[in-house]
Design a protein around this ligand. Structure first.
Ligand code: ASP
Length: 294
């Protein structure tokens, strides 16, 4: 059985020649390599996507965990979703504050909470009840590069998008998993939740078809339930790549929105597509060298 993993660092208005983009690409390559190492040892797709996303959450230029954008009140509220393609189980959190690895908390929600999705104060209380590591808001607010420009150059209704993170993988047992983690759009209203933690929008994983992670303008992505749409396209026989491209076309034609997608199908074929300026990604299939690009 083959193994495969693909990760992204967010679809947005990246300048591919600058230092920030290079840092994002390096983080993607590191994340894909870490996920692949787990898969090659026989580890699960769930473990691989969680480990890959943890690395991306630690990268200060990416909008997840450390490096999340502040909202309009200067606070950091993060969203995350993890999904297991074996039985469609899922864990999600929204508007969580003061955690460095929201995806790991989402996984604990999936396994230990008895629920699928916890938000705000309830998510906080759950985190404390399982002694999940907490951090200060200052530890998360490390994004200095280009932030003022991003925030001031766009009206709130066209909030900045760009550096959400995600990973999808296929393991040796034929299981698929997907994970997406974000600080949400820059300068968002307090309490705003985007597509990322919504099942079928920010991510989806189903062993029968594919695992998908989405990024981009959440207010548009959620309206076309974009990740589930990719799985459905794969189910009709499209390759992972064509399915991502078709879903981006639907996004554009139905909402005018911008975004990006990564996918791996049940045979281990990877795909991606985006209609923004760039989207750093990296993938690893079997033992071939990691390929990164945009
Ligand atoms: N999709 C994320 C959101 O709307 C943002 C992003 O992908 O950059 O919260």
């Amino acid at each position: 059985m083959s193994i495969a993993i693909i990760v992204h660092g967010g679809a947005g208005a990246w300048t591919t020649s600058d230092e920030r983009f290079r840092t994002a690409l390096e983080a993607c390559a590191e994340a894909a390599e870490a996920g692949r190492a787990i898969l090659l040892k026989g580890g699960s797709a769930l473990d691989a996507v969680e480990a890959a996303v943890n690395i991306l959450e630690d990268c200060p230029v990416l909008d997840a965990g450390r490096g999340s954008y502040p909202n309009a009140e200067g606070n950091v509220e993060m969203d995350a979703l993890i999904m297991d393609g074996r039985d469609l189980s899922m864990g999600a959190i929204a508007a969580i504050q003061r955690v460095r690895h929201p995806i790991s908390l989402a996984r604990r929600v999936m396994v230990e909470s008895g629920h699928n999705f916890l938000v705000g104060l309830g998510a906080d209380a759950f985190a404390d009840s399982i002694d999940f590591p907490r951090c200060s808001v200052e530890e998360l607010l490390v994004k200095d590069l280009h932030l003022d420009e991003v925030i001031s150059s766009r009206p709130a209704e066209q909030a900045a998008i760009g550096d959400t993170v995600g990973a999808v993988a296929l393991d040796m047992s034929g299981n698929l998993a997907a994970a997406t983690s974000t600080g949400g759009t820059a300068n968002k209203r307090a309490g705003r939740v985007g597509d990322s933690p919504l099942v079928g929008s920010g991510a989806y994983a189903d062993n029968w078809t594919a695992a998908v992670s989405a990024t981009g303008y959440g207010e548009a992505l959620m309206r076309v339930v974009i990740s589930k749409r990719v799985c459905d396209f794969v189910g009709t026989g499209l390759s992972a790549r064509s399915a991502c491209e078709s879903a981006i076309r639907v996004l554009e034609e139905r909402t005018g929105g911008e975004g990006g997608l990564i996918a791996v199908d049940a045979r281990g074929q990877v795909g991606w597509a985006y209609n923004t300026r760039a989207m750093p990604y990296a993938y690893a299939v079997e033992e071939s060298p990691v390929i990164s690009g945009s």
